[in-house]
Ligand binder design. Structure first.
Ligand code: NCD
Length: 301
């Protein structure tokens, strides 16, 4: 494993090995040593959790980071190509984490430079490290990854976290419910893969009565920045609001996950229920990213 660009590139045993290492790091059974190692965190798009948790992960293992938010302050503003910027940074750093609005940017980066590349989100396409921490969160709360009933709710067309999570979970015999407005459904290429793999899924437009059937409800934000027409966004914003009533009848063990940031799709009153897990989920980003960095930098014992 040299890069992490898409969850499709990871075999189930590689995924499970990363989750195990994350668990060992979190339990302090293992502490990889990243001292003397430098990761460049290149965030061309906004980020709070992903950026800061990569930064935290590196530093808490003794490593260091070079960090960039937006292209302001770099020579990209002078017209430098992405390839030249990346090649230059690869002269300084041992690994690159990249987030870009351009689909395929991380794959391209991995082709033009020799150091490991981690995709921290490429447009509406993929967000594999989020999927890893989502799997970690699911296993932690449900005790397993296999045979779970999971709803993904919200913008399934543009939501890259939903794409990566579905591809990652598909290997573990899930029962998926995809809940979205009609025009924001799961992309056809993902549905085709599920059909080919014999994975069970259904497509719904309403959340009514669903909670009692689920192990996990994975809620996502409508991705406003991906809409070409602001009026189309206005039509669908606020289409799902998960509140205490939505969760009535849910199993005690059912957990609501959200990659965050939330806008209004989970009411604040849910935060104090036993079902809310989204802030712990964000916390899980650190050990999972530590495990990934250690693996790619070959620092795991
Ligand atoms: C997500 C993203 O950037 O795709 N955020 C994150 O990394 N936790 C989800 C989102 O922005 O809606």
């Amino acid at each position: 494993m040299k890069n992490l660009i898409s969850m499709r590139d990871l075999a189930p045993q590689e995924t499970l090995a990363l989750l195990q290492l994350a668990e060992d790091i979190e339990a302090k059974r293992v502490r990889p040593d990243l001292s003397g190692r430098l990761a460049a965190l290149l965030f061309f798009e906004p980020s709070t959790r992903t950026h800061f948790s990569f930064d935290t992960a590196m530093k808490r293992l003794g490593g260091q980071t070079l960090s960039m938010s937006g292209s302001g302050g770099t020579s990209a503003q002078k017209g430098e190509s992405l390839a030249d910027t990346l090649k230059t940074i690869s002269m300084y750093a041992d690994l690159i984490v990249i987030r870009s609005a351009i689909e395929g940017a991380a794959r391209y980066a991995a082709e033009v430079i020799d150091i490991p590349v981690i995709n921290a989100g490429d447009g509406a396409n993929q967000h594999p490290t989020q999927a890893l921490l989502d799997l970690y969160s699911i296993r932690k709360t449900q005790g397993r990854l296999e045979d779970l009933s999971i709803a993904l709710v919200g913008d399934l067309k543009f939501g890259r976290t939903a794409h990566s999570l579905v591809q990652a979970l598909a290997r573990f015999r899930p029962r998926f419910s995809f809940v979205s407005p009609e025009h924001l459904g799961m992309p056809y290429y993902i549905l085709e893969d599920l059909q080919a793999a014999g994975v069970s899924y259904r497509q719904l437009t309403s959340l009514d009565g669903l909670a009692c059937e689920l192990d996990v409800m994975y809620v996502t934000r409508i991705q406003r920045e991906r809409f070409a027409d602001p009026e189309e966004y206005e039509k669908v914003k606020g289409c799902y609001v998960v509140n205490r009533a939505t969760l009535a009848g849910a199993r005690e063990s059912m957990r609501v996950l959200h990659p965050l940031p939330r806008v209004n799709e989970i009411a604040a009153e849910v935060d104090t229920t036993r079902h809310a897990y989204y802030f712990q989920q964000a916390h899980n980003g650190v050990p999972v990213r530590q495990a990934l960095l250690a693996t790619l930098l070959e620092a795991a014992e």
